[in-house]
Design a protein around this ligand. Structure first.
Ligand SMILES: Nc1nc2c(ncn2[C@@H]2O[C@H](COP(=O)(O)OP(=O)(O)OP(=O)(O)O)[C@@H](O)[C@H]2O)c(=O)[nH]1
Ligand SMILES: [Zn+2]
Length: 187
């Protein structure tokens, strides 16, 4: 459970730490706002993907399904700064498919936590494999990390790309190549 009182207490300490006065007018409501914001940004900690992936629809189509350009915002666990970008999800159905929105909902469950991009990518793939039992899953994430751009090494525009391959996508290079062709062709 998210403890809003602890967050507020922590934010007051942070403000004091940077030499601010938490009791000045402009900052009075800031701890409360941040507590509400963190409750939203970390809502995924209280969710599981199976809630969204339990309803399936039967299909005779056994071709790859690609849901591309799913926007996500997550928070890096090292600096607690945002990283954000796109997720592309492909899977090969084994007689059943999920509602398209449920793929994006699965992304949200894992993005709304403190994360590493590699782990986020893996967790989405793993959840889809476990809950949907398709023949294969490929998840690709492309993201910009504010900890790389607004601080530290300061490299604006740099992107991190991660992949997670499961089932047929891990064993069939032709299938993986088809994923990249479908992605590039804006199909
Ligand atoms: N692998 C991985 N690294 C990440 C991710 N987000 C941030 N990082 C990196 O985490 C590392 C933390 O390195 P540290 O040396 O412990 O911390 P730091 O001194 O703040 O590092 P700098 O960013 O180099 O200033 C940095 O290299 C970040 O670029 C992520 O999603 N995946
Ligand atoms: Zn970071």
């Amino acid at each position: 459970m998210i403890d809003q009182n602890k967050i507020k207490e922590g934010v007051r300490l942070l403000l004091e730490g940077i030499g601010e006065d938490p009791s000045r007018e402009g900052l009075l409501e800031t701890p409360d706002r941040i507590a509400r914001m963190y409750t939203e940004l970390f809502a995924g900690m209280e969710e599981t993907p199976s809630t969204h992936l339990s309803k399936m629809f039967q299909t005779t189509n056994s071709e790859m399904v690609l849901e591309k350009d799913i926007t996500f915002y997550s928070t890096c666990e090292h600096h607690m700064l945002p990283f954000f970008g796109k997720v592309h999800i492909a899977y090969i159905p084994d007689g059943q498919v999920v509602g398209l929105s449920k793929l994006a909902r699965t992304v949200e469950v894992y993005a709304r936590r403190l994360q590493l991009q590699e782990q986020l990518t893996d967790q989405i793939a793993e959840a889809l494999m476990t809950c949907m039992q398709p023949k294969g899953v490929l998840v690709m994430t492309e993201a910009e990390h504010l900890c790389m751009t607004m601080r530290g090494i300061k490299k604006p525009g740099s992107k991190t790309v991660c992949l997670a391959r499961r089932g047929l996508f891990a064993t069939d290079p032709e299938l993986e190549a088809r994923f990249f062709r479908m992605l590039e062709r804006n199909v």
